[in-house]
Design a protein around this ligand. Structure first.
Ligand code: NAP
Length: 433
């Protein structure tokens, strides 16, 4: 028997559990530890609420728990309730699958003003993450600016643009659904510090902006490179750029405007005790395709600013950390003896949900090679339970989560799959009822 603890129950954690089950069969016991009483990490709190087909992958993760050898141990924060060193004493291998839930800071003057948010916070707010339930972003303003040219910027722009009807079938939480229905925002700027050929937006997600009921994308044709240059792009990017060309040529007669500002780098946020305007420097590309400031600036009046410029993994005491990469210091998933990392905690925040699968399998192979055939002398689950009990930690099991899940489905808005609980005490109340 081998005992493995996986910290984090998002996609990377589940693919690792799946791979370990394949490697060891009956000979492994896995504890998936999560700081929240609810599993699925990014699937629940990051993937956009109107992208239910992507969220459906959680049904696959659920199957991992059909095995009696895999437990969910929720409401346990590693670093507070139990340390990494203690886990290493209890398990043959510890895998950090903690994702990258913190915003990379937008390091410009004024970024601490009210009305400025990172995407982890803003996305967490509309997805019902307990940490951001009280964010209260100002939607009583005429214009918003979104910084970044990746898929998260697209998610945020789309969510700010949709009508209530367009949220039909989504699981956007009630507080965000109501606030967005009353939103005064009519103009949304999406700022890219580089050009249309350097976007990190995928075609399907970008194409969605062309089908919104009340909002139209605005692209200035003058920003687009000559069409002949598209041939050199990789096929995915070429399709995305084709969407931008389509937007530049399409009618823009809808009440809300999603304006693409290319070659636009934010340099400061100004306002009287709250964000009121974003100062932007125009850029050009150098020979290495990096953005270089031109010295010319312009102002975007806006009361809401969401920076979608990437994420970081929170450090954990006792685990080597790579400051510049914002992730654990590791070599192909190995941090040290018996300590591993997978997914965004290993690679940084890139790729799709499925990109985490090979990561999980690679690390499971490494664990199998390191543990060999010897049976474990570690205490595993029994030891963890005793430790948590001695500290009065109210750990949550998978069947508790299933109670939360049923209660969320029972109180859903008509047409919505669930109305999430947004507070830990509500979640724990359902578990213990
Ligand atoms: P991303 O794809 O890495 O994009 C980050 C963007 O921020 C880039 O355009 C980058 O520009 C820009 N940026 C970085 N630092 C900046 C700064 N200081 N000032 C201005 N701009 C800055 O990150 P993401 O959008 O957060 O997405 C993370 C991952 O999740 C990606 O792999 C994404 O595809 C995935 N995702 C997928 C979906 C989906 O499939 N539906 C939805 C959401 C997210 P430069 O290129 O110039 O650095």
């Amino acid at each position: 028997m081998r005992h493995v603890a996986i910290i984090g129950s998002g996609p990377a954690g589940y693919y690792t559990a799946e791979a370990l089950q394949k490697s060891f069969g009956e000979e492994v016991r896995i504890d998936m530890v999560d700081r929240l009483p609810v599993p699925y990490g990014l699937i629940r709190s990051g993937v956009a609420p109107d992208h239910q087909s992507i969220k459906a992958v959680s049904r696959r993760y659920e199957k991992v728990h059909l095995s009696p050898h895999v437990r969910f141990v929720g409401n346990v924060l590693v670093g507070r309730d139990v340390s990494i060193a203690e886990l290493q004493g209890l398990y043959d291998a510890v895998v950090l699958a903690t994702g990258a839930p913190q915003d990379r800071p937008l390091d410009i003057p004024g970024s601490d003003l009210p009305g400025v948010f990172g995407s982890a916070a803003f996305v967490g707010w509309y997805n019902g993450h307990p940490d951001f339930a009280d964010l209260g972003p100002p939607l009583d303003v005429e214009a918003a600016a979104i910084i970044g040219n990746g898929n998260v910027a697209l998610d945020v722009a789309r969510i700010l643009s949709k009508t209530s009807e367009e949220f039909g079938g989504s699981d956007i939480v009630g507080h965000a659904f109501e606030a967005l229905a009353a939103s005064a925002i009519r103009t949304i700027h999406i700022l890219g510090r580089r050009g249309p050929h350097q976007i990190a937006m995928t075609p399907k997600e970008l194409g969605e902006l062309g089908h919104l009921a009340e909002a139209a994308p605005h692209v200035d044709a003058a920003d687009l490179p000559p069409e002949s240059e598209d041939a050199a792009l990789d096929p995915g990017l070429r399709k995305s750029v084709a969407h931008l060309r389509g937007f530049a040529a399409a009618p823009t007669d809808k009440p809300k405007k999603i304006a693409f500002d290319f070659y636009a780098s934010p340099v400061a946020i100004e306002g009287d005790n709250r964000a009121e305007r974003l100062i932007v420097e125009r850029t050009r590309l150098d020979k290495d395709l990096r953005a270089v400031g031109t010295g010319e600036t312009y102002t975007i009046p806006c009361g809401l600013i969401v920076s979608c410029i990437g994420y970081r993994t929170p450090p954990v005491e006792g685990v080597p950390y790579d400051e510049s990469g914002g992730r654990f210091a590791n070599r192909d998933g190995v941090i040290g003896d018996g300590l591993y990392c997978v997914g965004w905690a290993r690679r940084g925040p890139s790729g799709t949900i499925g990109t985490n699968r090979p990561d999980g399998f690679e690390v499971a192979d490494k664990i199998a090679a390191a543990l060999g055939q010897d049976s474990s002398a570690k205490a595993g689950a029994t030891g963890l339970d005793a430790l948590l009990q001695s500290r009065g930690v109210d750990a949550v099991a998978f069947c508790d989560w299933q109670r939360i899940e049923a209660a969320e489905a029972a109180r859903a808005r008509q047409g919505s799959p669930r109305e999430k609980f947004i507070r830990l005490d509500e979640m724990l109340g359902v578990c213990r009822a």
